[in-house]
Design a protein around this ligand. Structure first.
Ligand code: ADP
Length: 347
């Protein structure tokens, strides 16, 4: 069947209905021999046509409106508080429009449900990972305390050793909570960037200095590749970019080889500056690279835990860089080393 608009249906019905009085008057004319005159036939037809048109249209409108009112009420409750009567244009195929509106409403609901399901599985995975991360240090603290209580407290050779180990586990929990706090703030949209103009070379020097002690313990040298590197002014949130550099350099130490080195290089790329943190440490095989920026993803779980990693460092780095509308990349070869590079806007 051809889909017609209510106005077209009313027009058709009005033509049919107007023919009835017209044919009656013509019938009377021939049967009874009364001549009403041509203009009378025209008036009869016009009046009957107009009346039928408006009455039919009125009833169609009322009928359709009553039928679809409930549908619109349901979908508009979720959509907007519009007056659905105003939205109905009787000159178009109303049922087709209702159909389209309901379909798009249904598609939106399906998308929302899918989003909620994704968020839910994401949340479950996150809570699962988190409890797993917390379990390890808490169990070891529990173990040390029990050992101390069961007699090691009186053993002057070991009591301090156990307490130091317990303190190390507490440090791990603290670091994990700090990273968690940060990532939660970032992901809940509370990461406010406080942008300023600063020298990235100077900031890198400060970060390297603060990590010098840690690097020395692993006999790793930290340096800016070009010794007399002139200042490079960039625009960004200085403390947050310091955090990015810190996390990358800490990783280069944690996953570096004894006697290795970490080099920071800067490249001018027209509007941006590319900062590279390269190490000659353990490296990673290709298959891990797409996933290392995910939270709690680790290539070597035991090494990461031994070096006190929370598994959140690179996720934080990525969030911060992306909040600056910049990008981060990684190249790595297993056994040869890794190079992390991110861009910054030139000031
Ligand atoms: P973690 O706290 O475990 O270091 P990150 O998010 O900082 O968490 O890093 C994720 C994983 O990526 C690490 O567990 C490690 O396996 C790998 N990784 C990160 N940086 C390096 C690097 N410079 N060299 C080799 N592997 C690295």
């Amino acid at each position: 069947m051809i889909d017609r608009s209510p106005k077209q249906v009313a027009l058709l019905a009005a033509v049919i209905l107007a023919i009835l009085p017209l044919s009656t008057s013509i019938g009377v004319h021939f049967w009874k021999g009364i001549d009403f005159g041509l203009h009378t036939y025209f008036i009869v037809f016009a009046v009957a046509f107009a009346l039928s048109y408006f009455v039919v249209l009125y009833f169609i409108e009322k009928f359709i409106y009553n039928k679809i009112k409930i549908i619109y009420k349901t979908i508009h409750r979720f959509k907007s508080g519009q007056d659905e009567k105003k939205n109905l244009n009787m000159g178009e195929d109303v049922l087709e429009k209702v159909n389209k509106d309901v379909m798009s409403w249904a598609e939106n609901r399906i998308r929302e449900i899918r989003d909620l399901q994704e968020k839910d599985s994401f949340r479950k995975e996150f809570v699962g990972n988190l409890s797993h991360e917390l379990k390890t240090p808490i169990f070891s603290i529990q173990g040390y305390i029990l050992t101390l209580l069961e007699g090691a407290l009186e053993d002057p050779e070991n009591n301090r050793k156990f307490l130091l180990k317990a303190a190390k586990s507490v440090d791990r929990i603290t670091a994990l909570l700090e990273d968690l706090d940060q990532i939660t703030k970032i992901e809940s949209g509370n990461l406010k960037l406080n942008k300023s103009r600063f020298d990235i070379v100077e900031l890198t020097r400060e970060v390297l200095e603060s990590l010098e002690h840690k690097a020395r313990k692993s006999d790793i040298s930290l340096k800016i590749n070009q010794p007399g590197q002139p200042p490079i002014m960039v625009s960004g949130d200085r403390p947050k970019i310091a955090q990015v550099l810190t996390n990358l350099v800490v990783n280069s130490i944690n996953y570096g080889n004894e006697g290795g080195n970490t080099k920071i290089r800067f490249y001018d790329m027209d509007e941006n500056i590319l900062v590279e943190v390269a190490d000659n440490g353990l490296g990673m095989s290709e298959e891990h690279l797409p996933r290392i920026f995910e939270r709690f993803y680790r290539v070597d779980k035991s090494r990461s835990r031994n070096v006190g990693g929370s598994g959140l460092g690179l996720a934080i780095v990525k969030h911060i860089v992306e909040a600056h509308n910049q990008s981060i990349n990684v190249r790595s070869t297993e056994g040869a080393g890794s190079t992390f590079s991110f861009t910054l806007e030139k000031a």
